[in-house]
Design a binder for this molecule. Structure first.
Ligand code: NAD
Ligand code: TDX
Length: 360
């Protein structure tokens, strides 16, 4: 039985990954989820696993060397899947320091914990151990509107404090692979969408505002392009890289699905209108009139697009979910889980929203 140490498993992608892995492997695996439960971490995302004897939750900060060492000392960890990070670009523009602490120093601490536990006296590593570092396409910078893709060989050119901190963490993982032959992979993926995403990110924020009849804030001219990937496809890709990928390699994971932000916002409005029953009073307000162009994000990257050719050729992964299906499933999930949305938007979210959007 393999034991996985997942960091940041109470967040959006991490919780989807843990669900995916138990669906796929059942009780043939154990998962230990270490998460500090910041504003982005929500135990409710994994409430269905509370009674599962193969699942353990540890509340700890990935920067806490003692706590991480203890987990490695008490468990024979086979795989690390490292999601934990500060993940929101807008927050990084307001307060970069915590991004450097968690994303850079936290990653360093995870690398050291795994290295200490897995390294043999001759400097080689125990058989079969693997560390997967989850990163982003934002490390490659921004593409022009009229072409080009990010490849694994594209030079790093991060612009925001968030992407700079992720780039730094990628370089640390590369340094451990190059210096110590530390058994790792890096994956750089495009924008994920799906259930359990915190409503500071575009898609859940727009769904939540639309259902409440609030204005829908679109940055700049709304024509920035993102390459949307259904979160379940991403989770499958991570597992396939660990099972079939070559050690020490980087794999880009993308949806081959580019959309302008304004297109996404209009799709959400149209889909919600279809879902709401005729007599629902919210239908009347759910029109494009809710769209509100606001001051652009500072340093806003124009376009991201991944060419997932290498992962397809070497690992056999491709994005299976068509955007039309994925976005419908996603909107339906938020529609059916309005209680989840209420829980995550009460309290601190209100002041976050006011600070980020009021008068913008
Ligand atoms: P998220 O913000 O939803 O979740 C982050 C999780 O990490 C939360 O559960 C939080 O409590 C935890 N965490 C934060 N700081 C911690 C710390 N110091 N110690 C322990 N736990 C801590 O993020 P997400 O969207 O699920 O992203 C997961 C990973 O994927 C990140 O590394 C992010 O950079 C990367 N990524 C995300 C996307 C995307 O579209 N969401 C795209 C590409 C890459
Ligand atoms: O209110 C909004 N209005 C708006 O126009 C928000 C929150 C966003 N936007 C725009 C900015 C981006 O062009 O929508 C696009 C998507 O924004 P986000 O959801 O904040 O994602 P992005 O900045 O592209 O970064 C995401 O993808 C890569 C994740 O948050 C990162 O963690 C990941 O690395």
């Amino acid at each position: 039985m393999k034991t996985y140490l997942v960091t940041g498993g109470a967040g959006f992608i991490g919780s989807n990954y843990i669900h995916y892995m138990f669906r796929k492997y059942g009780d043939a695996i154990r998962i230990i989820n270490v998460d500090a439960l910041t504003y982005a971490g929500n135990p409710e995302n994994l409430a269905d696993l509370e009674e599962n004897p193969n699942y353990t939750f540890v509340k700890a900060d990935i920067c806490d060397a003692e706590a991480i060492r203890k987990i490695f000392a008490e468990n024979e960890i086979d795989r690390v899947v490292h999601f934990a990070a500060e993940s929101h670009v807008d927050r990084s523009i307001k307060d970069p320091a915590v991004f450097v602490k968690t994303n850079v120093l936290g990653t360093l601490n995870m690398l050291n914990g795994a290295k200490e536990a897995w390294e043999l006296p001759d400097g080689s590593f125990k058989e079969g151990k693997k560390f997967l570092h989850v990163s982003t396409d934002e490390v490659y910078g921004s593409l022009s509107e009229d072409g080009g893709y990010f490849y694994e060989t594209t030079p790093y050119d991060p612009h925001s404090p968030y992407s700079a901190s992720k780039a730094s963490s990628d370089f640390l993982v590369k340094a451990y692979m190059d210096t110590y032959r530390f058994p790792a992979n890096i994956t750089n993926c495009s924008n994920n969408y799906g259930p359990y995403q915190f409503p500071e990110k575009l898609i859940p924020l727009i769904i939540n505002n639309a259902l409440q009849g609030k204005t829908l804030p679109v940055y700049g001219d709304g024509k920035n392009v993102r390459d949307w990937l259904f979160v379940e496809d991403h989770c499958k890709g991570i597992d396939m890289v660990q099972e079939k990928g070559k050690l020490f390699e980087t794999y880009n994971i993308g949806g081959h699905n580019e959309k302008q932000n304004i297109e996404i916002v209009k799709i959400i409005i149209d889909t919600l209108r279809e879902m709401l029953p005729e007599e629902d009073p919210r239908r009347e307000h759910l029109t494009y009139d809710l769209i509100h162009y606001v001051t652009d994000r500072k340093g806003h990257d124009r376009r991201y697009a991944i060419a997932p050719d290498k992962i397809k050729a070497e690992v056999g992964w491709y994005p299976e979910t068509k955007f039309e299906d994925g976005i419908k499933k996603t909107i339906a999930w938020y529609f059916d889980h309005q209680d989840w949305m209420e829980h995550v938007t009460s309290g601190a979210y209100q002041s976050y929203y006011a600070d980020m959007y009021e008068g913008r």
